[in-house]
Write a protein that binds this ligand. Structure first.
Ligand SMILES: Cc1ncc(COP(=O)(O)O)c(C=O)c1O
Length: 442
């Protein structure tokens, strides 16, 4: 079957849905999250910089999250490739451990002088599970206070056991905790980011029973410095481990974690995603007294010991520092925000722009936002641009391709204004409205 349909993107999507639940291992790569109806390219042949070659022989510019935020240097970076190929050629998985682990641990500890040791994993979610396990082992307490998204694992999804709306304000609405043991009800407590009321009502009230306070130090916006200071104080007072999840925010504004801007140290900091520019890698960096619990609690996995991940992470960190990638991403993010702001202004559209500069998002105040963003994605695709309501700045977003993105945005925002005014935007959709969160596919 596959060989017969592999060049037909619509048939391939349909078939993949039949034999792979949800089509993709990641909710965010389901075509329905961008453009349902079969037109989304869905599969690729090769990628370089911010260009992706689809199976339909078309070449697309990537102005979405560029590999779901994993590849800030651009796809198929030559130095990362060199490190990966060398690691493979010299034996990527053996009975012994890769030397690169030690050099990488030292490199991460130089970035975090308050920390004493490092543990490696490969994905973000599993790295966060390790951090939570260590915190529970260290404090001998079970409950966890959190805000934001931290992965698919039971500890996190259990927030939705009582009501499946608890996670709606934490990046992904509608997450189903089906299969998560009911015994975990009440084991995690969500709070709102940078919300002083919740800090009093939820965090302060529960901290003494909690093993950890978990949050991304920024995403939609930077928090007040005093807010992070207060969380630090609450954690110290109540013997809670303060965990900063830098899986998405890390390496965006500096060579390290976004929290370093505030000079407030957590007890554990977690990296994933772009730490090896698209090669699987995760790291938990933390205070020795907490990390040492990894000797007592069983936390162990075969592929956390292969060589490609740490070799590429080392190359990434050195290149990131040398090219001052954090500064550059900030400038590029500002340019992308300006594209949206100018295109909206020119076309009398009201726009809301959020996110720190390298993780920018927009929303137009039209009559039907889900229909509008579906239309935007649909029309951008006709310009050979992969687009969505967010654009993560990438080193390979340059003035030339940003201009192409700007020209396309201006044209499509103009159409949106006119169609919205005439109430006919939905009629122009060539398929259903895109999914806005998690929804079970039948
Ligand atoms: C802040 C944050 N934490 C954890 C995760 C989970 O990482 P992964 O998808 O690699 O398991 C993500 C993924 O989007 C994330 O953004």
């Amino acid at each position: 079957m596959y060989n017969k349909i592999k060049k037909d993107k619509k048939k391939l999507q349909k078939y993949a849905h039949k034999i792979i639940p949800g089509l993709s291992g990641l909710l965010g790569k389901r075509p329905e999250m961008y453009l349902p109806g079969g037109n989304w390219p869905t599969y690729y042949k090769k990628a370089k910089g911010v260009t992706i070659w689809g199976i339909d022989k078309k070449k697309y510019l990537d102005f979405t999250m560029v590999g779901i935020g994993t590849s800030v240097l651009g796809y198929s970076d030559k130095d990362i490739n060199f490190a990966a190929i060398n690691a493979i050629k010299s034996g990527s998985m053996t009975t012994l451990n890769p030397l690169e682990d030690v050099e990488l641990a030292e490199e991460l500890l130089k970035i975090h002088s308050w920390a004493g040791s490092v543990k490696f994993a490969r994905t973000g979610g599993e790295s966060m599970s390790i951090a939570v396990r260590l915190s529970r082992a260290f404090t001998k307490k079970d409950k966890v206070l959190f805000c934001g998204y931290h992965g698919w694992q039971d500890w996190y999804l259990s927030a939705n056991l009582k009501s499946n709306k608890k996670l709606n304000e934490h990046l992904l609405p509608g997450l189903e905790p089906l299969g998560v043991p009911k015994g975990l009800i009440g084991s995690v407590i969500p709070f709102r980011f940078n919300d002083w009321k919740d800090l009093e009502k939820v965090v302060k009230k529960n901290a003494k029973d909690c093993a950890a306070i978990v949050l991304e130090p920024c995403r939609e916006k930077f928090p007040d410095k005093e807010y992070l200071q207060e969380l630090r104080r609450i954690a110290d007072k109540n013997n809670c481990v303060l965990i900063f999840d830098e899986i998405t925010s890390g390496w965006r504004i500096n060579t390290g974690g976004a929290h370093q801007k505030f000079k407030i140290n957590p007890d554990l900091v977690v990296y994933g995603k772009t730490i090896a520019n698209g090669i699987p890698m995760g790291a938990i960096v933390g205070r020795k007294k907490i990390m040492s619990l990894a000797l007592k609690s069983f936390i162990s996995s075969s592929f956390w010991t292969e060589k490609v991940g740490p070799a590429c992470a080392l190359t990434f960190i050195k290149k990131h520092r040398k090219l001052k990638v954090g500064k550059k991403l900030n400038t590029i993010g500002l340019k992308i925000k300006k594209v949206w702001r100018d295109a909206a202004k020119k076309n009398n559209l009201e726009i809301e722009i959020n996110g720190i500069n390298p993780l920018a998002t927009f929303k137009l105040r039209t009559k039907n936002w889900p229909a509008t963003i579906t239309y935007f994605n649909q029309e951008m695709l006709k310009e050979n641009i992969l687009a969505s309501d967010r654009c993560y700045a990438n080193l390979k977003h340059n003035d030339k391709n940003i201009k192409m993105y700007r020209d396309a945005c201006e044209k499509i925002f103009q159409n949106i204004y006119e169609l919205d005014k005439k109430n006919i935007l939905e009629k122009k959709l060539e398929g259903p409205i895109k999914q806005m969160g998690f929804r079970r596919l039948t």
